[in-house]
Ligand binder design. Structure first.
Ligand SMILES: Nc1nc2c(c(=O)[nH]1)N[C@H]1C(S)=C(S)[C@@H](COP(=O)(O)O)O[C@H]1N2
Ligand SMILES: [Mo]
Length: 504
């Protein structure tokens, strides 16, 4: 009777899958949560090839959970591909009676798959080492197997192999996690940026902010993140180029250094995702440092027939919108006095005042001037989120003060339409009073106020002692009252008044 673990079908598959898991973790250890992680391109291919209906369903019903499911599926697929290949080499090794074949085959297979999908030849050694180690160990266990109790010792060898693979996987995941969190929040050191101006503006934002629990200060502490990746691109600034192409006199390419040498603007701007909910959290404000997009494009000599432009990014994302909006925008590399963080588009993103979040292309690589309009990533999926934002007033805070009054607070934002007042009703909308507004953030240049930034509001009242509804709405600079008509986020963004019921 032959009791070698690697002679049984079950044992071969077990070792194959164990080595596969260690291999996936090894790739993670070498790359972290980066595009060179073997799962990354597979995750991307999966999500990009998902039918539109599934994508729309996932966005509306699952939110970022949809992305996590996609990532999990990609991990499982990669594991199976590794596992199947390794199992194959074990089976072949047995058939050919060749002890080297499984280890060599495992090395070649895991490297080929990883290098094939990521294109990173050296980092693709990451999965090779742990996967080969698991296979070699299983072989060694079999070679030195005891003779006293074949059944239990075979089981023990199986368990040992799985144990080693689990250990290797845990180590890989830990190392990968470390690697992933490196390089956050580097200081902004660009020649074109006036650092004193950045600091002054951030100080003003601090002192103008209401200090109220549960509502973000004027410069958000934590900034929401929305994009089509579960693993963000991580381009290097050294290799970075921004090309201006299409309907221009001469196509132009700029490096990261060239951008940083140009005179920069420090400008507050609020971003809001078209997929935000009524009273949602996909709205935030930062101080952005970068150069005028119009100035960049002037260099190339724009001659677009449709006065429209397509922005393209490292992750394959694309969005098309009018030149008129583009010309007001910035190519941004700094955020709140630090280097633009990876999650927000490092090295360079677009920040376009007054329009929905989706035009603020992160990891920006190309500006293509068009002669004819095209659909971008979200428009292909039924959204119409490239236009001006809809006005919003949120209600994020209520508390009983010591003097027996109740205080309500939130934000208001209407893009370039500006916020001139926030009105609060505590009788379900019959009568309205004006809330106090935080002092506006300063303009990028000169004495005025920031043209595309939210305001905070607060309002205190004597509670009536019976059930009542508080409602909030904003008024724009031209005196237009925000519409009460409620719409879903899809396809043009949410609208409506936010309300909250109180028992007393
Ligand atoms: N390259 C790229 N840029 C992108 C996206 C993306 O998926 N890829 N998402 C857009 C969307 S839908 C929004 S709302 C904003 C969000 O910016 P933030 O993640 O910095 O908050 O980025 C936009 N820019
Ligand atoms: Mo968005």
């Amino acid at each position: 009777m032959n009791d070698a673990l690697l002679d049984s079908r079950g044992g071969q598959l077990l070792v194959g899958l164990a080595a596969g898991a260690a291999g996936v973790a090894g790739s993670y250890a070498a790359s972290g949560f980066n595009p060179t992680f073997v799962v990354s391109p597979i995750d991307r291919a999966l999500s990009r090839n998902m039918p539109d209906a599934v994508v729309s369903f996932a966005i509306e019903n699952l939110g970022s959970v949809g992305q996590q499911l996609n990532l999990l599926t990609a991990v499982a697929l990669t594991w199976l591909v590794f596992g199947a290949g390794v199992t194959g080499t074990i089976v072949a090794g047995r058939a050919a009676n060749n002890r080297l074949l499984p280890a060599v085959g495992t090395a070649v297979w895991t490297w080929l798959v990883t290098a094939g999908v990521t294109g990173a030849f050296v980092l693709s050694l990451g999965p090779v080492v742990p996967a080969v180690a698991v296979v070699a160990l299983a072989q060694a266990f079999d070679a030195y197997r005891g003779t006293t109790d074949p059944i239990s010792s075979k089981r023990r060898r199986a368990l040992s192999t799985v144990g080693v693979a689990l250990g290797a996987t845990a180590v890989g995941v830990t190392v990968g996690q470390r690697r992933s969190s490196m390089g956050e929040k580097a200081p902004l050191e660009a020649q074109g940026v006036d650092e004193a101006d950045v600091q002054t503006k951030l100080d003003i934002a601090g002192s103008n902010s209401f200090d109220i629990d549960g509502i973000e200060p004027l410069v958000s502490r934590s900034f929401f993140e929305v994009d089509i990746n579960s693993i963000d691109p991580n381009p290097s600034a050294d290799d970075y180029t921004l090309s201006i192409t299409g309907a221009v006199e001469s196509e132009t390419t700029l490096s990261y250094d060239e951008l940083q040498e140009m005179d920069a603007v420090n400008r507050f701007s609020t971003l809001r995702c078209v997929g935000d909910q009524l009273n949602g959290d996909k709205i935030d404000t930062a101080l952005w440092s970068g150069v005028s997009l119009q100035d960049l494009v002037e260099k190339a000599g724009p001659q677009s027939d449709c006065d429209c432009v397509l922005l393209k990014a490292e992750d394959g994302y694309e969005v098309e919108f009018p030149m008129e909006a583009f010309n007001r925008g910035l190519a941004v590399y700094g955020m709140n006095g630090t280097q633009l963080p990876r999650g927000h588009g490092y090295p360079v993103r677009a920040v376009i005042p007054g329009h929905w979040g989706e035009v603020n292309t992160k990891w920006l690589t190309e500006i293509e001037l068009l002669n004819r309009e095209v659909d971008g990533y979200w428009e292909e999926r039924g959204w119409e989120g490239t236009g001006p934002v809809k006005p919003t007033a949120t209600l994020k805070h209520d508390t009983m003060l010591d003097d027996g009054r109740r205080r309500l607070a939130g934000h208001a934002y209407a893009g370039l339409r500006g916020v001139s007042a926030v009105e609060v009703s505590t009788d379900g909308g019959s009568s309205w009073s004006e809330a106090a507004l935080s002092d506006p953030l300063p303009a990028a240049e000169g004495e005025g106020r920031a043209e595309d930034a939210w305001r905070q509001w607060r309002y205190s009242y004597d509670p009536p002692g019976s059930t009542h509804t508080a409602v909030v709405r904003m008024v724009d600079r031209d005196g237009n009252v925000q519409t009460s008509e409620e719409t879903d986020p899809a396809p043009t963004g949410p609208s409506g008044w936010v309300s909250r019921e109180f028992e007393s």
